[in-house]
Design a binder for this molecule. Structure first.
Ligand code: AMP
Length: 425
């Protein structure tokens, strides 16, 4: 058997690393400036943590999307399929409710879901996640949305937008679920198998179905948004007022329902046109009640997550120039054996400041320069017996061909001067 990566997983190849890091750095700046602190829960938890939080009707459960296994001690463990449950479990375990409110926590790292693999839908993928815990007010919802929009903008995206909806309060959800049962019950045989299960456990979730047949049955039916109670409606209007005041672009989308059972009131998604059927970059909402369900104090929360791969895909669609990738400042070429030892010593010194590469064997000048070119370096430096006699290296600016003889001890200062003038480009 030819060994290869498991279906739905990807190697993150060297060429992709710089862009990924850049995006994460930009996101980190936005979130940390807003007072969010990083938290990294473990990759796996007792299955209970996720079972309790996502709810029995969640797709993750209904469609058996969680990677659950028994360890050697007979414990049921699950690879994290989302961040919220683990982050809130940690919040409770470490008594973070005593911190000044609100507590803002952000996370990034791989998640695992046994999904049907397609473009933008993988079995291992990465999310950026934010939770704002402790505030029941619309201000927290609005800030979460603003931060999601700002984080995506900081990634370099231009054509993303927010869709905003509300799933109402628990009473509103209950009456909506009754309405759906009434409407879909007689036709439930026409629903997909997963949606029949959803209709039984939590009808609202049928709205989330990816099946065209299910969606056809739903056409013309009311959405939760059409049946909001007064309190949920007032909360929604207040979120909108903040977003308007802060000029965060959004559109009201009555069709938005969030995948997990625990959402209340505000639900939102970030979308990007042109990354195929999976246009959602991320989503989030308010989850009052979840912390209690996990055994913690009765604290409200609002949070979101977006998928890193989808953001990277969208950035590629926008033709965003690959960021300042790691190009060497200097490529050193030894022309004889003695020079190999010399240039490696200089490389190690210069690496305190610059990215420096070199050939590992003596080269003739033509081949050495071609190699330097291929590395993407700004400058190449040649060292052979002639240069040794003169106490220099021959430095060549590869883009212009301009040359200079530089003393080895002056190489650092030379690069400082030249690269400050923008010749690295
Ligand atoms: P969710 O946690 O299901 O609300 O998903 C939030 C975001 O994570 C989605 O909008 C996607 O960008 C990303 N995402 C979710 N599931 C996957 C997956 N299987 N593969 C890649 N990205 C995903």
């Amino acid at each position: 058997m030819k060994l290869q990566a498991v279906k739905g997983t990807h190697d993150i190849l060297p060429d992709e690393q710089a862009r990924r890091r850049q995006v994460l750095d930009a996101v980190e700046r936005v979130l940390e400036r807003a007072g969010a602190r990083a938290i990294t829960p473990p990759m796996f938890e007792y299955s209970e943590v996720f079972d309790k939080s996502v709810g029995e009707s969640a797709d993750l459960v209904v469609q058996k999307e969680m990677y659950t296994f028994e360890d050697r001690g007979g414990r049921q463990l699950t690879l994290r399929p989302e961040f919220t449950a683990g982050v809130l479990r940690a919040f409770i375990e470490h008594g973070m409710h005593t911190l000044p409110s609100p507590v803002k926590l952000w996370s990034t790292g791989p998640l695992f879901r046994a999904e049907n693999v397609q473009r933008g839908r993988y079995r291992e993928f990465q999310q950026v996640n934010l939770e704002i815990v402790g505030l029941p007010h619309a201000l927290a919802d609005a800030e979460a949305i603003q931060l999601m929009y700002a984080a995506l903008t900081a990634c370099g995206l231009r054509n993303h937008h927010i869709r905003l909806g509300s799933v109402g309060d628990p009473e509103d959800r209950a009456s909506y679920n009754a309405y759906l049962r009434e409407q879909l019950g007689p036709r439930s045989g026409d629903l997909s198998e997963a949606s029949q299960e959803r209709l039984r456990l939590n009808p609202m979730r049928v709205l989330d179905s990816k099946s065209d047949g299910d969606q056809a049955l739903l056409a013309g039916l009311k959405r939760p948004f059409d049946m909001l109670g007064e309190a949920a409606r007032a909360h929604f209007d207040e979120v909108r007022r903040y977003l308007d005041a802060w000029q965060v672009p959004y559109e009201v989308d009555p069709a938005i329902v969030r995948g997990l059972d625990y959402y209340r009131r505000t639900a939102f998604e970030a979308h990007y046109q042109g990354i195929g059927a999976q246009s959602a970059l991320g989503g989030g909402g308010r989850y009052d009640g979840l912390i209690e369900r996990l055994g913690g104090p009765a604290l409200p929360g609002v949070g979101w997550a977006f998928g890193l791969e989808r953001v990277l895909d969208a950035l590629e669609q926008e033709g965003a120039a690959p960021g300042a990738d790691a190009r060497p400042a200097l490529f050193l070429v030894p022309l004889d054996d003695e020079a190999v030892a010399e240039i490696t010593t200089w490389a190690i010194e210069l690496r305190g400041r610059y990215r420096v590469e070199h050939a590992y064997q003596p080269r003739n000048p033509g081949k050495g320069l071609r190699e330097a070119d291929r590395s993407g370096a700004a400058f190449a430096a040649l060292r052979g017996s002639q240069e040794r006699d003169q106490g220099v290296v021959q430095v060549k600016h590869l883009a212009s061909g301009r040359q200079a003889a530089v003393a080895p001890s002056e190489l650092g200062a030379f690069l400082d001067r030249e690269l400050a003038e923008g010749l690295g480009a």
